[in-house]
Ligand binder design. Sequence first.
Ligand SMILES: Cc1ncc(COP(=O)(O)O)c(C=O)c1O
Length: 387
Amino acid sequence: MRRPFSKRSQAIPAFKAMAILAKANQMALGGRDIIHLEVGQPDFPVAEAIRAAGIEAIRAGQTGYSDANGLPALRAQISEHYRCVYGLDIQERRIILTAGASGALALVVALLTDPGDGWLLTDPGYPSNRRFVEAFSGIAQPCAVGPKERFQFSAKTVANAWQTNTVSLLLASPGNPTGTSLSSSALKAVAKVVEEKNGFLVSDEIYQGLEYGPTKRISALSVTNDAFVVNSFSKYFGMTGWRLGWVVAPDGAEAPLIRLAQNLTICPSVPAQYAALSAFDPSVLEQLDAQRDILAERRKLMLSCITETGLQVPVSPDGAFYLYAKLPEHFGSADDYCRDLLEQEGVAITPGTDFGDHDAQHYVRISYAQPRAVLQQALERMVRFRP
Ligand SMILES: Cc1ncc(COP(=O)(O)O)c(C=O)c1O
């Protein structure tokens, strides 16, 4: 008999949003009309200029390896992006292109984690974070955050949660699944506690560019030069399947990160990097901002109609494209609600249990990255389904 696979791999549960997507796809194959509000993926087609640049790169045979940290021209464009959008001077050498934010997180966690080192993570938070930490023999130290804290870290939470083996804190602003952001002052206060503890601050900024409040993008790099910043072409740029993201490393961390990148992935996709060179064209950025405005309208629609379904959104999201909605007690558990909603009404959403343990059976995540008419239909079905 074949020996079992590693205990580490067996301990990793399925990513529920992906498992629900697979089930929903199966149901669609069987003829069911499914509305997908479970995956975190913008529905807009990738901008034509980006696609054309990708095709052109492949035609021109730009399909070999690049430097492990990516094409110099693209790193220069990202550096310029920090100058234009955030008013920050980020030298190109500090920018390392990766296989999505996922690749960036893997590199940063690998760099910062010795066996037994602790990582403070929000609960709820992006589910893969703790898998990255555990993959490198670190210890995930989830911190329960609720509506009172707008589902984000505060300086007080961090100071209280920091343990003797804690080395790093990973935050996301705007966050997944809640879409809430940290203000500049809150970010500064968190960064200060991490510095006092002599720890590492990692800021996942994958949803930046998709903000709907009066405050625009706030990078951890605006409050400290010492943060590791993770970003991606997946969300604002809508290039999920191209698998391209980046890390901004603090001074001195770039060389060891590049060494890890050389060994773990060699380099990110080269056609995707050539395509992304067009992502910062003014006309593309204009289109992306128009798409953000469409998402803002959908957010408004969802927030104004969600109570008819019986669900409540305790904290209005100010970014990303999710509602983190609370189920009333009599709706039962989030797992059961999501299963029954999919089976009976063909609406796929994700239970809070995908994102942690804290009050997770009382929450669901709804992605509104779908056309308005689809969202209206989903809401109608959810009202009909209301227990
Ligand atoms: C908070 C957060 N970080 C990282 C990722 C990974 O994104 P990607 O690898 O597609 O860039 C996601 C994807 O949904 C996310 O929500």
